[in-house]
Design a protein around this ligand. Structure first.
Ligand code: NAD
Length: 499
């Protein structure tokens, strides 16, 4: 069996802890590799080596750092097929979806080529007599990213791109479920010209995460994953004086007004609800049609579409709609929640519980499910299911519908489907959710905007990628300068006004 490694100081390095996690092929259920879980000492050593390498990289001019990103883009494109295959093999998503995962990360690296522009400071000429004032953005030093299993290319790239192009050294602790792509990306970054030690990939679990959170050298922590862990990491990192941005779980509502194009809404719901087996933080998991007629029509349109979905392994070709979920435990959790929905009185309109794929009986496949008449007290409504399960909640009015999205504890993404511009505008303005789609079911912002949820979906004040990421990974220094002709005026004892 393949034994994976860490990537430290420019090379693959075996783990020394003797502890490993199994990496599955979710389509077959087989363990295909094992990944070492680093000790605190291994993590501390990787951080210390990064700290040694960082000053030189931080002093490299931003244009040169941008050029490394430019070459990184070329190499990721060159290896797109290889990356997508490795990604699908460990995650289970289809090859086109895996390419999308790489692509949406790649776009952030493209954005980072603009580092010289993004790092330009501010300058005030003659802020006072003979006085100039300027602000510069400087790297933080060594920073870290802790990432989830569901986007093993995109989210590590979202974090490493801005962190590195700002001049930091970056420690990546990827998900132990699918660590191969992050390791491959680190090798490509080295090939692109990134100096050794500037990007360290240290695999591990809670022990290595805690080592990051407690290490005094680490200046900032970016996290993406489930809400309880996001909250834990935010609290411990900030208690230790670090900057932190921690993004958590989601329960994304899509509101369908009676004037919406129902075919379009049904297509959007099927793609956004079941794509990647529902394992996306921007998946739509709750449909809220307004009015009984709208709800009935939507069910009528959804059922045949859902029953037609093709579930299979990534190797089965391009017409597979979605693959397995990531682990047997994830499958158990999803099916347990489906059972709770039935027990608590929701109407299971499409029942995927008996789904079985011939030849892949040990794979972690879950059939598609559609619930109707879901109410807010049910577990399938309150909890993030993170599987191919769509819940319909019926609302009588627009106000009731928007209220559901507003009152839910998560606030990552949401969408409205309507032909009424006024309603859409009102929705976008009032909704307390970070990313909003208008007739767009998965409104993931592009690289030059920022990505982040509200409420329990995000902790910290700056979003991922876009201009916010350059603020997160730098600190501002402001210089007030005067070049007097000589010391003639004596000391100043009060706060000076610029008159
Ligand atoms: P997870 O929280 O289980 O794991 C995320 C990371 O935290 C992993 O690297 C893992 O090793 C580490 N970790 C897990 N338990 C830990 C512990 N007790 N202490 C310290 N570290 C720990 O999440 P996951 O299952 O990998 O990913 C799915 C979750 O991520 C979903 O909730 C999904 O909504 C969320 N997600 C959110 C966004 C977003 O931008 N808001 C994006 C993608 C995924």
């Amino acid at each position: 069996m393949e034994e994976l490694s860490h990537f430290i100081n420019g090379q693959r390095v075996k783990g020394t802890s003797g502890r490993f996690a199994d990496v599955f092929n979710p389509a077959t259920g087989e363990v295909q590799a094992r990944v070492p879980l680093a000790t605190k000492d291994e993590m501390d050593a990787a951080i210390a080596a990064a700290a040694e390498a960082q000053p030189k990289w931080g002093a490299t001019n931003p244009q040169k750092r941008g050029r490394v990103m430019m070459e990184f883009v070329r190499l990721i494109n060159r290896d797109m097929e290889k990356l997508a295959e490795a990604l699908s093999r460990e995650h289970g998503k289809t090859i086109p979806d895996a390419k999308g995962d790489v692509q949406r990360g790649l776009e952030v690296i493209e954005f980072c080529i603009g580092a010289p522009h993004l790092l330009k400071g501010e300058f005030t000429d003659s802020a006072g007599p003979g006085i100039d004032m300027y602000s510069m953005r400087q790297p933080l030093g060594v920073v870290a990213g802790i990432t989830p299993f569901n986007f093993p290319a995109m989210i590590p790239l979202w974090k490493m791109g801005p962190a590195l192009s700002c001049g930091n050294a970056f420690i990546l602790k990827p998900s132990e479920r699918d660590p191969s792509v992050p390791l491959m990306l680190a090798e490509l970054a080295k090939e692109a010209g990134l100096p050794d030690g500037i990007l360290q990939v240290v695999n591990g679990d809670k022990e290595s995460v805690d080592a990051i959170l407690d290490n005094e050298t680490i200046q900032a922590v970016g996290f993406v994953g489930s809400t309880p862990i996001a909250q834990y990491i935010y609290s411990r990192a900030t208690a230790n004086g670090k900057r932190a941005q921690c993004f958590g779980g989601a329960k994304n509502h899509m509101i369908i007004l009676p004037d919406a194009d129902m075919d379009q809404a049904a297509d959007a719901l099927v793609g956004a609800g079941f794509g990647a087996a529902g394992e996306r933080c921007m998946a739509i998991s709750v449909a809220v049609p307004v009015g009984e007629k709208t709800a009935d029509m939507l069910i009528e349109k959804l059922v045949p579409r859902i029953e037609k979905l093709k579930v299979g392994p990534y190797t089965a070709g391009a017409d597979v709609d979605y693959g397995p979920v990531v682990t047997a435990a994830a499958k158990q959790n999803i099916l347990g929640l489906v059972q709770s929905g039935v027990d608590q009185g929701a109407e299971l309109v499409v029942d995927g519980r008996d789904f079985n794929l011939q030849g892949y009986e040990d794979g972690f496949f879950v059939g598609p499910h559609l619930f109707d008449r879901v109410t807010t007290d049910m577990d399938i409504y309150k909890k993030e299911i993170f599987g191919p399960v769509l819940c319909q909640v019926r609302a009588e009015t627009y106000e009731e519908a928007i209220g559901y999205a507003m009152d839910h504890e998560y606030g990552n993404g949401t969408a409205i489907f309507t032909r009424d511009g006024d309603a859409a505008r009102d929705f976008a303005s009032r909704i307390n959710v970070g990313m909003v789609g208008i007739n767009v079911p998965i409104p993931v912002p592009l690289a030059y905007h920022t990505f982040g949820g509200w409420k329990k979906s995000g902790f910290g004040d700056l979003n991922q990628h876009g201009p916010d990421s350059f603020r997160f990974y730098t600190r501002t220094k402001t210089v007030t300068s005067r070049w007097p002709s000589g010391l003639k005026e004596g000391g100043e004892f009060h706060f000076k006004q610029m008159d």
